[in-house]
Design a protein around this ligand. Structure first.
Ligand SMILES: Nc1ncnc2c1ncn2[C@@H]1O[C@H](COP(=O)(O)OP(=O)(O)OP(=O)(O)O)[C@@H](O)[C@H]1O
Length: 192
């Protein structure tokens, strides 16, 4: 994975028509034996689910802090300096809307702030929805990497036909459709 440059903000979907000047990133060697976390999983799953070629659905992250360790990368994200404000607002109000530029850390950091503040105690889960399954898998993989845990244990995800979580999962990413399905079984989302 050392040759893969995860990124800050600029997410490029490969195959964008007319976009010729984007940076070239080397893809991980598919033949290599790699752990079940990190961008390789994303690529595998995109390849499985993509209706087009793999190149068309490749997600690339450009990260200026890639040389730092993952915790140093976390604290450099713009959202980090608002951590206490966000936790305070979430304690005080039932609904909080967070607006921030793309890549500032909303999807990957807020769930971890909540976990660190004890919101996943007593068997409760922190659920994060995304409209697309690719985003679900990417984010879960990244957060598992940041938490230094195996994907599917403390951090997991559920998309249709693919449940990578267990009963101990504390941060779970899912598609909107999966949350709706869970609402049918548990209308009050008692565990979330
Ligand atoms: N799969 C990944 N691989 C490498 N780096 C990642 C990955 N996912 C996120 N990051 C890094 O974490 C940072 C925060 O990403 P995050 O998805 O939390 O931002 P966001 O504010 O939710 O963006 P958006 O509004 O586009 O959803 C990114 O800028 C990027 O540097």
């Amino acid at each position: 994975m050392s040759s893969y440059h995860p990124g800050h903000g600029n997410r490029e979907r490969g195959g964008r028509a007319g976009h010729t000047d984007r940076r070239q990133f080397r893809r991980p060697d598919e033949a290599a034996d790699k752990p079940r976390t990190g961008p390789l999983v994303l690529e595998e799953r995109q390849a499985e689910t993509s209706t087009g070629t793999t190149t068309e659905s490749l997600a690339v992250f450009n990260n200026p802090y890639a040389s730092l360790n993952i915790q140093q990368q976390r604290i450099r994200l713009p959202i980090f300096k608002n951590r206490s404000h966000i936790l305070y607002m979430l304690e005080r109000y039932r609904t909080v809307i967070i607006v921030g530029e793309t890549g500032c850390g909303k999807s990957t950091q807020v769930p971890q702030f909540l976990l660190e503040a004890g919101w996943a105690k007593d068997g409760r889960q922190i659920a994060i929805t995304q409209p697309r399954r690719v985003a679900v898998v990417t984010l879960a993989t990244r957060v598992a990497e940041e938490k230094d845990c195996l994907l599917g244990h403390d951090v997991g995800y559920t998309v249709r036909f693919d449940d990578v979580s267990d009963t101990s999962t504390k941060i779970k990413f899912m598609t909107d459709g999966i949350l709706l399905r869970e609402l049918l079984v548990d209308p009050l989302l008692a565990k979330v």
